[in-house]
Design a protein around this ligand. Structure first.
Ligand code: PEP
Ligand code: MN
Length: 342
């Protein structure tokens, strides 16, 4: 961090600032010019409140030269984080497929879909029990009963479960759930993030629809700083001026987030597209782009789905797509480098 001081700074205020920084284990290296003095701050500045320094009378400007997140930062954790869920590893270089309906609707529906997607190669069953809906009049999910049915589907297939938690108070209900999903609308629910930081459950953290990479990583930082290292980042499309698609899938996030952070990156093409016909193509692009996995909505009867039917692909389409995704993934990972070279 660099602090640029105003001309002739008050000595007492400057000493106060240097002492305050010293108390926080920050070394201060002043460079005195003819008209301006700058302070180079060395140490872990991620915990320093930049606004507090900017507000001082003697300060002209403050610039961060280091990212404000430490735990999520690749610089301090060069190796990829691998998240283990039963026998499944996420972020180990493989492609993990999360598949299932937007919402759990009945035992028959969730168990049937779980069996189908498992056969096609899905490693994790997704499905919402508590649904964050834009309209208060829309189906809000089956709640506790939905969680219970997800666990029945796990019992029937062995697939670990990924489902959304909307509030910290729900944590006791999620004890047997394998991966806690934080939805786009809750990415900055800091009370929830703090509570998840105190657990050691894997968290699938979705990017908010108007959030930057830094916003997403700062939200991940809340969970990591609390002591839970098991965070998976998920891009699900952001709001842009385009209206043809529900959101715009930002695939730049794969190389960008992997440069900035060591956390696994999962792509959700379903909520990005909003249209099932677009999903296979976006999923293939994400696999080619180096994603650690995909989260895909699959429904046995999309026309009658209680939530997100238009973007849900059928088990049959998923069955055709899954092997393609694997092939693309293996190809770009260089396991068939001869094919790439030719
Ligand atoms: C979902 O996964 O069904 C969901 C609600 O996703 P998002 O939070 O990305 O809208
Ligand atoms: Mn959905």
């Amino acid at each position: 961090m660099i602090v640029i001081l105003k001309d002739n700074p008050d000595r007492q205020q400057l000493d106060g600032l240097i002492r305050w920084l010293g108390d926080q284990q920050i070394e201060v290296h002043p460079t005195v010019g003819v008209h301006q003095t700058i302070l180079g701050l060395i140490g872990d500045t991620s915990r320093i409140d930049i606004d507090l320094i900017s507000a001082l009378e003697i300060v002209e400007d403050v610039k961060r030269v280091q990212e404000p997140y430490k735990n999520a930062n690749r610089k301090f954790h060069p190796d990829d984080t691998v998240i283990r869920v039963g026998d499944v590893q996420i972020g180990d270089g493989s492609l993990t497929l999360f598949a299932g309906p937007c919402s759990v609707e009945s035992e028959e529906q969730i168990v049937g879909i779980a069996r189908a997607v498992k056969k096609s190669g899905a490693a994790i069953l997704r499905g919402g029990a508590f649904k964050p809906r834009t309209s208060p009049y829309a189906f809000q999910g089956m709640g506790d009963e939905g969680l219970h049915l997800l666990l029945k589907a796990k019992e029937a297939t062995g697939l670990p479960i990924c489902t959304e938690i909307m509030d910290a108070s729900q944590l006791p209900l999620f004890e047997d759930i394998d991966i806690l999903q934080v939805g786009a609308r809750n990415m900055q629910n800091f009370a929830l993030l703090k509570a998840l930081g105190k657990t050691n459950k894997p968290v699938l953290l979705k990017r908010g629809m108007a959030s930057s990479y830094q916003d997403l990583l700062m939200s991940a930082e809340y969970i990591l700083a609390g002591g839970n290292p098991n965070v998976i980042l998920c891009e699900r499309g952001i709001r842009t001026f385009e209206t043809y698609t529900r959101n715009t899938l930002d695939l730049s996030c794969i190389p960008a987030l992997k440069t900035l952070s060591h956390l696994p990156v999962i792509i959700d093409p379903s909520h990005a597209a909003g249209k099932s016909a677009l999903v296979p193509s976006l999923a293939r692009a994400a696999a080619a782009g180096g994603a650690d996995g995909l989260l895909i909505e699959v429904h046995n009867d999309p026309a009658h789905a209680l939530c997100d039917g238009p973007q849900s692909i059928t088990p049959k389409v998923f069955d055709a797509l899954a092997p393609q995704l694997r092939q693309i993934h293996d190809l770009v990972r260089g396991e068939q480098t001869d094919v790439i070279i030719r």
